[in-house]
Design a protein around this ligand. Sequence first.
Ligand code: UDX
Length: 458
Amino acid sequence: MEERRGRRIIMFPLPFAGHFNPMIELAGIFHHRGFSVTILHTSYNFPDPSRHPHFTFRSIPHNKEGEEDPLSQSETSSMDLIVLMLRLKQCYAETFRQSLAEEVGGEETVCCLVSDAIWGKITEVVAEEIGVRRVVLRTGGASSFCAFAAYPLLRDKGYLPIQDSRLDELVTELLPLKVKDLPVIETKEPEELYRVVNDMVEGAKSSSGVIWNTFEDLERLSLMDCSNKLQVPFFPIGPFHKHSDDHPLKTKNKDDDKTTCWLDKQDPQSVVYASFGSLAAIEEKEFLEIAWGLRNSKLPFLWVVRPGMVRGTEWLESLPCGFLEDIGHKGKIVKWVNQLEVLAHPAVGAFWTHCGWNSTLESICEGVPMICTPCFSDQHVNARYIVDVWRVGMVLERSKMEMKEIENALRSVMMEKGDELRERSLKLKESADFCLTKDGSSSKNLEKLVSHVLSFDS
Ligand code: UDX
């Protein structure tokens, strides 16, 4: 590892796994290049710093110190994502300013702030005021960002808000997307959704550069399109988690060992791994259809059901009596797994996913074909690219999630279509592997990023 003393990078992730994970992986990449890293993190969802001993963590308190937490579990459990995002910005804007000013005022030279693109304006204004350069991390893919950046046009042309009668219409300005693939989030505050998206895009435009967890061979055209729109330096250096074997999310616990033990007993490429990420919630009826679909497929399955993921229930209590005994050792249901480990396991034959960007990229990196059930936001765009552009998966629409459809889709991806999907998935994995070799695009872009960041304080 190179030594770069006195060069500190301050990072400000959004406090959700799908955003925190890539930020912490990026922190590992910078650390490996000799930078020291401070993570400013909201007190909301504050991570366990002992899991990341290489970095300094600082908790940013909410603005109403001394008063009851405005983002306590009981307050946030009924909020939609956009309302929660707004609250986060309101609750932490001022305390973020104070924390950043203190960090920058310290003895060590601070190269720059790396903030999640979704923080948008608050980081822009504060960084400018304090006089520190700001680079943005976009944790999602470039293809979905193009669609977010096109919101004003999509509204002008009447594609947004989405009308049920137009769902299957092609969006000619954003091929191959259809209207139903546009990245929207259901919310009580639709105008606020437009504002959050606009804030993200404008915040990226005014930054000193955008870091992407993607690679050129995967999203070349979309990256070019975004680059034309934003006109700032671009650094597609993904997949982050593949830069080094010793990355920050590799730590395992006892339950992970049990899962690996179970996978070790399964035949190669025989298991369906099902998980819908860290945020998506489903109705009890959907949960039961999934349970029966998995069981009836007669395929071995590993299914992540996060506590609270099924609305109105705690965990598995709505499963019919005897269900777990009936599936026996054929299926395993867990609360959380080390997904990187699971996808890399030779027993896993397909990933039934909600198509969050991290899950998509992680699956691509292991050459695992996908069954795509997008739930909201960029997931719809990612699913369209997985199925129609990279052709490494099949779609199973959420509206069609009935046990028979599920059983058919799972068996089709694992059997009839299995060979051709696996072949293409392995090709794509090869290009992911190549981008991180010495001559690969992500390695070269990382060199450029390091020089770029170092040029800030010269
Ligand atoms: C959210 C959005 O939903 C997603 O669309 C966006 O691209 C990023 O933010 P999330 O829903 O959590 O993310 O999905 P995803 O992007 O796939 O991230 C989930 C992360 O949690 C992945 O890194 C995955 O490896 C990890 N994970 C998930 C686990 O480690 N264990 C699990 O059991 C489930």
